[in-house]
Design a protein around this ligand. Structure first.
Ligand code: ZN
Length: 242
């Protein structure tokens, strides 16, 4: 058993007092936290509603998000305007579980109940980050919305390169489809907070694959193990949600 394996065994055997730190080690399950992992496998409960939402003061529609995400969005849009002269727009922020359910049901009806086909276009209820209040679909004024063409717009390029400065990450990049379960969406940005957005952005990894390494580092820190000692243990990447 490798070093990391030993540590995990110790922890799971209850030999270490970790109970108060469980959310520290499992931020992907903390729905009030900024790292909650939501995808087709890990879903949001039907009863969940964010504790607080507010309209971001930006151009566009469906502008509600959690307050910290809304504030960050405002700063991001203002910076884009200042640095490039381009006006970004909100296309779609918070969507409740119920409204996602309605949208999904309508799509399902329109394709005569073909689930695979419906899911190509609309996320089933509980699987959309929009229900967390932490996601925003962004567009550029007078440019195509919610299409891959957004990626080539000045605003799309700027948002991709600069979103991390404001605490956002591009969640569904090209070539991540197998991992995230979502097609390329150059318009969908997820708020994770400034503290970690740069790290996630720099890693070049989707959230699903970045989280295990992050959790390992948290565990080692909790156990007081210097990172240098743990370097020889490769970060597991095949089981992002274990
Ligand atoms: Zn979206």
């Amino acid at each position: 058993m490798n070093f990391l394996g030993s540590l995990i065994s110790l922890a799971s055997a209850g030999m270490l007092m970790l109970s108060s730190s469980l959310m520290t080690l499992a931020p992907q399950h903390d729905i009030e936290g900024l790292l909650f992992l939501c995808n087709r496998e890990w879903t949001i409960a039907e009863s969940y509603v964010p504790a607080s939402l507010r309209e971001a003061d930006v151009p566009g529609q469906v502008r509600r998000m959690r307050p910290e995400a809304a504030a960050a969005l405002e700063e991001m849009f203002a910076a884009c305007q200042e640095e490039t002269g381009v006006t970004l727009m909100s296309i779609s922020g918070y969507r409740s579980y119920a409204s996602q359910k309605n949208i999904y049901q309508r799509k399902l009806d329109s394709v005569r109940g073909n689930v695979a086909k419906a899911q190509q276009y609309v996320a089933p209820p509980g699987t959309s980050e929009h229900t967390l209040g932490l996601a925003m679909d962004i567009g550029q004024k007078k440019k195509p919305h919610l299409t891959e063409a957004f990626a080539a717009t000045e605003g799309g390029v700027w948002a991709r390169e600069n979103c991390w400065r404001f605490g956002f990450i591009l969640r569904y990049d090209q070539a991540w489809e197998e991992i995230t379960g979502y097609s390329y969406e150059p318009w969908h940005f997820r708020y994770v907070g400034r503290e970690l957005a740069k790290e996630i952005h720099d890693s070049g990894l989707p959230l699903e694959l970045w989280l295990p390494g992050y959790r390992t580092r948290r565990l080692l820190a909790l156990l007081g193990v210097p990172e240098a000692e743990a370097v020889s243990d490769p970060v597991p990447s095949s089981e992002p949600n274990s």
